[in-house]
Design a protein. Structure first.
Lengths: 169, 158
């Protein structure tokens, strides 16, 4: 199989821009995209496989809106983890069931002392709070300074716009 | 608080959502391959996905880009005085570089993700936000990911 990117650079850029708003819901979505950028379906699929293999995509699938599905209790758990403990704490919380995201981020002292961020979704606040409490105790991290920032409103939720020259849609 | 009125997903929608949040076949007719695995027709699956999109349950079908490979991104936050929230939130949402924009319970109450082809552009957006709002944004780019999975298990609501 041909492993070289099959599209011209400008076509590849156009394709990336189109992908940011999602695949068409049509029997042959890649054919539709190919027609929009003046390429063949095979070339678009080859490019997709190349991007997928090279790690550009985190995943390819259905991207759901959890709030609409009733997952309205959305907590960002932030902790102030001593640097020496970070790797262990990150692995423990990142590996725990029910934690959707777990990132280390920089502290911004004196305004912001927290350096580990986890997202936990649930249907009710008290349920999310109890789950996080349990999680922190099981991991032996409950003594660390931490806060739960529940979201109260979503103003905007869409995919990232990385491709250059993508200023609308 | 809004009254909870979740759309009933239906059996096929629920199974499709659970099976294909994390990955789907990369082939010329992906919906046909998915339909085969789910035991329905391609047309039934496409109709279901279109309905989910209309209901707002499905944001889109396709790739979620890996930040570090796709470009630059950061998590930013602003301490917005309560009376200014609607105006500042609307201003922030206008940037095409901003995708998620949430209100959270903290002095830093407006949280949003900025993505761009390069870090330079993120710096420009942050500077522009600081200039137009008069507020100093926190800039919290990812240092290390311990979990990046964005999907979540769905059950039929009790």
């Amino acid at each position: 199989m041909n492993t070289h990117p099959a599209l011209a650079p400008c076509q590849a850029r156009q394709l990336r821009r189109l992908l940011e708003t999602g695949l068409p819901l049509a029997a042959q979505p890649y054919l539709q995209l190919a027609e929009q950028i003046g390429a063949t379906e095979d070339a678009v699929l080859a490019q997709m496989r190349h991007w997928s293999d090279s790690g550009l995509f985190r995943r390819v699938g259905l991207v759901l809106n959890h709030r609409v599905l009733g997952f309205r209790a959305n907590a960002m758990l932030v902790l102030d983890v001593p640097d020496a403990l970070m790797e262990q704490a990150g692995r423990q919380l990142g590996g725990a069931a029910g934690v959707n995201l777990c990132y280390q981020r920089p502290r911004r002292l004196p305004d912001w002392p927290y350096n580990l961020f986890c997202m936990v979704h649930g249907r009710r606040r008290d349920e999310v709070r109890a789950r996080i409490d349990l999680l922190l105790r099981a991991a032996g991290l409950h003594h660390l300074p931490h806060r739960l920032l529940f979201s109260t409103r979503a103003f905007k939720q869409c995919g990232g716009r990385y491709a250059p020259g993508n200023n609308h849609e | 608080m809004q009254q909870a009125c979740e759309p009933a997903l239906g059996d096929l929608a629920l199974r499709a959502a659970n099976a294909y949040q994390h990955g789907m076949p990369l082939c010329a007719r992906p919906y046909q391959a998915m339909a085969q695995a789910l035991g329905c027709s391609e047309q039934q699956l496409l109709d279901t996905l279109r309905r989910l999109r209309q209901q707002g349950v499905l944001n889109r079908v396709g790739p979620v880009f890996e930040h570090r490979r796709a470009g630059a991104s950061t998590l930013a936050a602003l301490p917005v005085p309560p009376r200014d929230i609607p105006a500042v939130a609307a201003r922030i949402s206008q940037y095409p570089e901003v995708n998620h924009n949430y209100l959270r319970e903290h002095r830093y109450n407006l949280w949003f993700v900025i993505t761009a082809p390069h870090r330079d552009r993120i710096d420009q957006v942050l500077a522009d936000i600081a200039a137009t709002t008069g507020l100093a944004p926190l800039d919290l780019p990812m240092v290390q990911a311990y979990r990046i999975d964005l999907g979540f298990p769905l059950e039929a609501p009790a």
